[in-house]
Design a protein around this ligand. Structure first.
Ligand code: C2E
Ligand code: MG
Ligand code: MG
Ligand code: MG
Length: 284
């Protein structure tokens, strides 16, 4: 009977679609309010040099300090924010906040590096290069201490366009990291097409450390990194055995719960203070 009345009308009032649309509208309102009211925070996860296990930089990771839900991880809101077109604004805020913080930490640790993630919509935003330049100027961060991370899936949506934007970004003096490396497609051909400086080895490969000396994807990725003259960073190192194994494979940098979890800025400041204390031999 519904068909005779016109399927189109029936579809227009699909309650599931209506509920979804309602949800999006509510999410949009919530995220915009959160931006206006300053509910987002940047947490930072240390990146360590595997010889000596010194913190040499951090990755900025956004969090939502939600009035009712508490601290919300990015997986719960980033995709929605991206689909609503809010990532350029949210990501721009993260970038500025992270760069300001990096300048402060450089007083404790000269050369300290800041890694910031970029989303697909940020990369395709024609103002991105001007925005990054503006943030560097306003915060005073030297560009060589900023690393912009993007995943293969983001970089590969339009390879030619990505290569152009990344080249423009690099002309500012910043570096580019390919995030979650190895989880995308035909990575090799893309590596040579994209002006990338760093590869971050996805944690799935780091955690698949061979039990007894077998070869692994992580080793293959490290080999590729060396071949292309890229600096490798291992992600998701969760125990001492993985750290040791990576050290044996001459992977110089790593990140993971074994060293430190993402934490508010103050935690990193304290960590750098402790690190500095260790370097200065105390008299008496
Ligand atoms: P990612 O860029 O690959 O960041 C690493 C993620 O792995 C973080 O999750 C971090 O907390 C987690 N992680 C670090 N060490 C370990 C470990 O030892 N074990 C395990 N199981 N996980 C570990 P988080 O903070 O939930 O972020 C998830 C993703 O959200 C990030 O993955 C990144 O793609 C995205 N993201 C986070 N902040 C931003 C941002 O400001 N902008 C954009 N565009 N994306 C962001
Ligand atoms: Mg990342
Ligand atoms: Mg990653
Ligand atoms: Mg990852």
């Amino acid at each position: 009977r519904a068909k005779l009345d016109g399927g189109g009308a029936a579809r227009r009032f699909d309650p599931a679609l209506f509920a979804l649309e309602e949800q999006r509208r509510k999410a949009e309102g919530d995220i915009i309010r959160a931006l206006d009211e300053g509910q987002f925070e940047v947490h930072y996860q240390p990146i360590v040099d595997l010889d000596g296990e010194q913190t040499v930089g951090v990755e900025a990771l956004v969090r939502w300090q939600h009035p009712e839900r508490g601290l919300v991880a990015p997986i719960a809101f980033l995709e929605m924010a991206e689909s609503l077109g809010l990532l350029p604004r949210l990501g721009g805020w993260v970038l500025e906040e992270a760069c300001l913080q990096a300048v402060r930490w450089q007083r404790q640790f000269p050369g300290f590096e800041m890694n910031v993630n970029l989303s697909a919509s940020q990369l395709s935003n024609p103002n991105l290069v001007a925005e990054v330049r503006g943030v560097l100027e306003r915060t005073g961060l030297e560009p060589e201490h900023l690393v912009l991370e993007l995943t293969e899936s983001v970089a590969l949506t339009d390879l030619v366009e990505s290569a152009r934007v990344l080249t423009d970004l690099k002309s500012l003096g910043v570096r580019i990291a390919l995030d979650d490396f190895g989880t995308g497609f035909s990575s090799l051909s893309h590596l040579s097409a994209l002006p990338v400086d760093v590869v971050k080895i996805d944690r799935s490969f780091v955690q698949a450390m061979p039990e007894s000396g077998g070869a692994s994807v992580a080793e293959a990725v490290l080999h590729i990194a060396r071949t292309f003259n890229l600096a490798p960073v291992a992600e998701g190192v969760e125990d001492a055995a993985q750290a040791e194994w990576l050290r044996d494979l001459a992977c110089s940098r790593a990140q993971g719960y074994h060293f430190a979890r993402p934490m508010p800025a103050l935690g990193v400041t304290e960590l750098l203070d402790k690190q500095a204390d260790k370097e200065i031999p105390l008299a008496g």
